[in-house]
Design a protein around this ligand. Structure first.
Ligand SMILES: Cc1ncc(COP(=O)(O)O)c(C=O)c1O
Length: 445
């Protein structure tokens, strides 16, 4: 009956199929993930948690348990199993002692960890937003920045890597309760061992990694897992490289116990402190339809083909980065070690990131304007654009297509710089559409 909304959904499906998604935080999910999300599980309230016993086995063993969970509503015989499967698969995927699959988003996951471990006024050492960190790591516009004391470390402008010396100096000076490694515009692989060594020397310091961007690369085995390098907690979104539904996830190392009982405030008890912080601390009823879709995505990520997918994301990003460099684009960090590329378009073509983003949108290439480290321009018209390869790799694009994308980007930058005729945008729009339609969304195949 609601034709307006369903027409809009159809129009969005068409937009996605006829364009190429280069936003590095987006992906294209399978039909199974979509089906789980659009299921009757959305009708159910299931505040609390399932039973956490026997999650080490395979899926059949996990399903065999009939022990009741710690829920506040009846009728949980199916939702308990859905959530147990999601937890067991997430633990398997990331080699974690515990997984909380209930956070509604990445921001919720981060806030729940802060709330689990910190008291108001406590210090967190996180990455500078202007250097690639995330809003939720202490930007003054967030709620958490009103509660906690965030101190920022940055990147080294020469290498594009984390400034480990600055991080160590700030850690010694401020004795943070959390050291947080995480980012949404950083192209290197962090040295988790080095950060863990710094954190372990500070009493009561929780080592937290926000791997929202690279979780799929970790799951696919092409990026180190912070939990295997001394970190206590890893948060992530489930919708970026991990290719699941929009949502959050918290993985942790330590002792798992009954979430109804308040544990002692120790690093060992962090899994239970986090459970209690997610519910009832910061959220109400979990979204079991989304948790089911997370479980499906974890199942997909546990298959051997997901390793090939993760490998291909990085290969495509490197090919695209090289092709862009050959076409006069200046890249922050001179390239990429993951799925992300950050271009200084002002330095490359004398145009700002917003102008370039809008022009590329016209030809069907979607990416976002982004600040670069130490940017002197306003955030709405920054010097850079950020792009990445998770979604186009899902759709099956490879080396040949990366070169084509770099060509289109060069021509568009030249048009924006007044060196080519604007009429070419229309021609390129048709070329992008033709190529995109050869690689339909996985849910449309
Ligand atoms: C590193 C990082 N953390 C957290 C988030 C927040 O995730 P969400 O948008 O699901 O709240 C993002 C999203 O872009 C992110 O990149």
């Amino acid at each position: 009956m609601d034709k307006k909304i369903f027409d809009l959904i159809e129009a969005e499906r068409k937009r996605q199929n006829e364009g190429l998604e280069l936003i590095p935080s987006e992906n294209a999910v399978s039909k199974e993930v979509l089906d789980a999300m659009g299921s009757v599980l959305t009708n159910k309230y299931s505040e609390g948690y399932p039973n956490f016993e026997g999650l080490d086995g395979d899926d059949d063993e996990v399903l065999a348990s009939t022990t009741a969970g710690h829920r506040y509503y009846g009728g949980q015989q199916n939702t308990d199993k859905v959530e147990r499967l999601a937890i067991a698969r997430a633990r398997r995927l990331f080699h974690a002692d515990h997984a909380n699959v209930q956070p509604h988003s990445g921001a919720q996951a981060n806030n729940a960890v802060y709330n689990a471990w910190l008291q108001p006024g406590d210090t967190v050492l996180g990455m500078n937003l202007g250097h690639g960190g995330h809003l939720t790591h202490g930007s003054p516009v967030t709620q958490s920045a009103k509660i906690y004391n965030f101190i920022a470390y940055g990147t080294n402008p020469e290498t594009g890597d984390l400034d480990y010396d600055e991080l160590e100096r700030l850690a010694k000076e401020h004795q943070p309760k959390i050291i947080l490694v995480g980012y949404s515009a950083f192209m290197k692989v962090p040295d988790f061992d080095r950060v863990a060594k710094i954190g372990k020397e500070i009493p009561g310091c929780l080592l937290m990694a926000d791997m929202a961007h690279v979780a799929g690369l970790i799951a696919g085995g092409v990026h180190p897992n912070p939990l295997e390098h001394g970190f206590h907690v890893m948060t992530t979104t489930t919708h970026k490289t991990l290719r699941g539904p929009r949502g959050g996830l918290i993985l942790s190392m330590g002792k798992v116990s009954n979430p109804l009982r308040r544990p002692e405030h120790t690093l060992e008890n962090i899994p239970t402190l986090i459970d209690r912080s997610v519910f009832p601390g910061t959220q109400g009823g979990p979204l079991e339809h989304v948790i089911a879709a997370k479980a499906v995505a974890f199942y997909e990520a546990l298959q051997p083909e997901f390793h090939d997918y993760a490998k291909k994301i990085v290969e495509n990003a490197k090919t695209l980065a090289d092709a862009l460099k050959e076409r006069g684009f200046k890249l922050i960090g001179d390239g990429t070690e993951n799925h992300l590329i950050l271009i200084n378009v002002i330095e490359s073509y004398g145009i700002d990131g917003k102008k370039f983003e809008i022009a590329l949108d016209k030809i069907g290439l979607t990416l976002n304007a982004n600040s670069i480290p130490n940017d002197t321009r306003k955030p709405f018209e920054p010097s850079g654009v950020r792009l990445g390869t998770p979604a186009i790799t899902t759709r099956g694009l490879g080396k040949k297509e990366m070169i084509k994308i770099a060509d289109w980007m060069q021509k568009t930058a030249e048009i924006c710089a007044g060196k080519r005729d604007e009429a070419e945008l229309k021609k390129m729009r048709e070329e992008v559409r033709k190529l995109a339609l050869k690689f339909p969304l996985p849910s449309d195949k």
